[in-house]
Design a protein around this ligand. Structure first.
Ligand code: NAD
Length: 472
């Protein structure tokens, strides 16, 4: 397969010709390098109609066969990871090695999910009656993915939705449509026509999808602001929703940590993927006894890390993924400068029209400054001092978000106690960014609605059906 041209949508198992196109920009240069189809209303209708038709037989296909097909799709992703990685880097910005890891990791994730089978609960099995609760699929799923982890976060939806017996229309972000379009083509060899459709388009396509009456459920990953619009749109015909949204994750560092052992982990927990991770550390609360020591170590790592084009050897952190996000991050940076906050910046960035921002640590800003209160989703990390545990837990929890959090300490029991007091869907102790296909992931408060992954995530693509059978 040629990954570097001919990007087409997959509707009903076939290529759908582009009636119009959107431009795709390489964030490391700021220049357009490819175009992707801009799905028309008629093409969306055709995708939904084909998914609806395919649902009739797909839902009756034995689950073992559906699981085997999802596992095969995972294998194909793994097989194509190396070839696809350069395209991933061109559209997303992340260095090639890490791009390949995401694609292969998404394949492995699909294989893990393919091993999951929904339970059947028997509440009575007597002479008079038999009662069981089983789980049935919902119908056609509308899947909308973001640009920060375009392949893995889409496959987190594809695998459980199809194992559960649903069919799908998947839309990648307009900023990163290309790998997903190629995945649509690759999976044509696996799934029957209509089971898995991939469409792409500009800003109008998402709302067109969420208001489409043919969908039974919307599975959305993106910002909290968009998530609220999605939920509002879904309410019109009571579509089910799962929303994976933004976060402003706090990490708490206690005074007993071994700074040399944790500094690298804390740095990359904040800055990996140029900090464009929903569960990245976005507020770093450090006990005053170890504050200076950790700040100096993080600053040293920031100076040593190469920021540049992900296609170049040695690059560790790539650009911000798109111009809109770059402008948002620069706005926060300029606000910090205008308020005379102390900024510690890392290595130099290329000056070539790409969307580069230097790694920036903000040295103990006021709690109410914008860099602390807002989700930066870019490499600006506020470091804040604390002295009292109760106070820092209150500060960590004082957010409309509740996605993830972390506690770092040599005393694991004490750290777990603190972790349990954090108002977030995921908490890590002495680690971060660790997520698994068999463990539910979701946000509290404005960070989400429902969960993905784990049995809980699989069951969000299904509805319980209670079957009562009289025996006498
Ligand atoms: P975004 O909300 O701008 O876009 C996400 C997707 O929604 C895109 O495909 C976009 O085209 C589509 N969209 C935009 N407006 C829409 C509308 N009105 N109706 C339907 N769809 C619409 O988010 P983004 O900028 O791509 O992603 C960054 C955000 O996503 C950050 O806030 C980040 O924290 C969050 N995120 C959350 C998770 C999680 O699992 N909780 C994971 C990754 C990213």
């Amino acid at each position: 397969m040629d990954f570097h041209s001919d990007y087409v949508m997959t509707i009903d198992g076939k290529s759908a010709p582009a009636e119009a196109t959107i431009e795709v920009v390489n964030p490391a240069t700021g220049k357009s390098f490819a175009s992707a189809p801009d799905c028309s209303k008629a093409q969306l209708d055709a995708a939904v109609a084909s998914a609806k038709a395919a649902f009739k037989s797909w839902r009756r296909t034995p689950i073992a066969e559906r699981q085997a097909m999802v596992a095969k799709a995972g294998d194909l992703l793994i097989a194509h990871a190396e070839e696809m990685a350069r395209l991933f880097t061109r559209e997303q910005g992340r260095p090639v090695d890490a791009a390949q890891q995401e694609i292969a990791g998404a394949g492995a994730w699909m294989k893990a999910v393919s091993g999951m089978t929904p339970p059947v609960h028997v509440s009575e099995d007597s002479d008079t009656q038999f009662i069981e609760t089983r789980y049935v699929p919902l119908g056609v799923i509308c899947a909308i993915a973001p640009w920060n982890f375009p392949v893995s976060l889409a496959m987190w939806k594809v695998a459980p939705a199809l194992v559960a017996g649903n069919t799908m229309v998947l839309k990648p972000s307009p900023f990163t449509p290309l790998c997903t379009l190629k995945i649509g083509e690759i999976f044509r060899d696996v799934f029957p026509p209509g089971v898995f459709n991939v469409i792409s388009g500009g800003d109008d396509l998402g709302p067109m999808m969420t208001s489409h009456p043919g969908f039974a459920k919307i599975s959305f990953t993106g910002s909290s602001a968009t998530g609220k619009r999605v939920m509002e749109s879904a309410s019109k015909d009571l579509k089910r929703v799962t929303l994976e949204l933004g976060g402003n994750d706090a990490a708490i560092v206690l005074p007993d940590v071994d700074l040399d052992a944790v500094a690298q982990k804390i740095f990359f927990g904040a800055f990996f993927n140029s900090a464009q991770i929903c569960v990245a550390t976005k507020r770093l609360y450090v006990h005053e006894d170890v504050y200076d020591g950790l700040r100096d170590r993080l600053a040293a790592i920031a100076s040593a890390v190469k920021v540049g084009d992900g296609a170049e050897q040695g690059t560790v952190l790539g650009p911000i993924q798109n111009k809109r996000q770059y402008e948002r991050v620069m706005d926060l940076l300029n606000d910090a400068k205008a308020n005379d906050l102390t900024l510690i910046q890392g290595s130099a960035i290329p000056d070539n029209g790409g969307y580069f921002v230097p790694v920036t640590i903000v040295d103990n800003p006021p709690e109410n400054s914008r860099v602390v209160q807002e989700e930066a989703f870019g490499p600006i990390l506020p470091m804040l001092k604390f002295s009292q545990i109760d106070d820092v837990i209150d500060r960590a929890n004082d957010s409309e978000y509740g996605l993830a959090g972390a506690v770092w300490s040599a005393d694991t029991d004490k750290a777990v106690e603190i972790a349990r007091r954090m108002e977030t869907g995921t908490v890590w102790v002495n680690q971060n960014l660790n997520l698994r296909p068999d463990t539910p992931f979701g946000g509290h408060k404005h960070s989400g609605f429902g969960v993905e992954n784990g049995m809980e995530g699989l069951l969000e693509y299904m509805a319980p059906q209670a079957v009562y059978v009289a025996r006498s």
